[in-house]
Design a protein. Sequence first.
Length: 95
Amino acid sequence: MRMNWGYKKVKDGEIRFTQKNGDLYAMSLTWPKSGEILIKTLKDGSEYYLQDINKVSMLGFGDVEFTRTKAGLSIKLPKQKPSAIFNHGMSFKIN
């Protein structure tokens, strides 16, 4: 039997989450043209993440600028991709 593994093109803003040892990780599946990622589910006062956010770091790069408002957690990306691996998305550690 042959399996049909379809490919779904992802869009800017698609985020996946996981957690480990109390830290939240968010994965963006694309590098947005705007240079910023807005994670609406992590907005200020979100029922999904009640803790304060003190630091956001991009794995493989380091700390990045962010703001948390009623619209969401806005993460400012570096002006240039640190390497070609980031053509396929990036991961953030949020704590």
